[in-house]
Design a protein around this ligand. Structure first.
Ligand code: 4NP
Length: 162
């Protein structure tokens, strides 16, 4: 399956989503494609914010080689599931996608934990490191729910290679 994580800047929250979900998928032998993007354009080509890198590394995940990119309309066709960190990201992406928007693929990340709860992963940019720790815990729990939900169907191509 192909998953995309989306936030505003693609330097704080969605790079954590990408790194955490990839780590969980790899450790379970799931041949998933995982990427992240921001609805804004300020941080295209930039590595994740240092506090996101640090909290990831504390948890054994190296996200230093990930680079920021902007969400684009074509992402709707490329990915099976697109997760948004907050409601603004969802609405901005909907506007960017225009007539390519596909509601069935798109949801708030924390919907995986609280279906229909409309709960945002708060934007930690400009806040102290304790906020990044809270954000990491939310994203980690949601990614765990994703691998439990979608991880049952293992990728046959990957198994054939073993
Ligand atoms: P993110 O956080 O959406 O979690 O990557 C932000 C990072 C940078 C900005 C906004 C949000 N910014 O305005 O530069």
């Amino acid at each position: 399956m192909k998953f995309l994580m989306v936030c505003l800047g693609n330097i704080c929250r969605s790079p954590l989503g990408e790194g955490v979900l990839r780590h969980k998928a790899e450790s379970r032998g799931l041949a998933w494609e995982i990427d992240s993007a921001g609805t804004g354009s300020w941080h295209i080509g930039k590595p994740p914010f240092h506090m996101s890198q640090r909290i990831a590394l504390k948890n054994g995940i190296d996200i230093s080689r990930q680079r920021g990119r902007q969400f684009e309309r074509g992402d709707l066709a490329k990915f099976d599931r697109i997760y948004f960190m907050d409601r603004n990201n969802y609405e901005d992406a909907k506007r960017i996608a225009g007539n390519l928007w596909d509601e069935s693929k798109c949801r708030l990340l924390l919907d995986e934990l609280h279906p229909g709860g409309q709960i945002n992963v708060p934007d930690p940019y400009g806040y102290p490191e304790t906020e990044f720790e809270k954000v990491f815990e939310l994203i980690n729990a949601a990614c765990e729910a994703i691998v439990v939900r979608y991880g049952r169907e293992r990728d046959l191509g990957y198994l054939a290679k073993e």
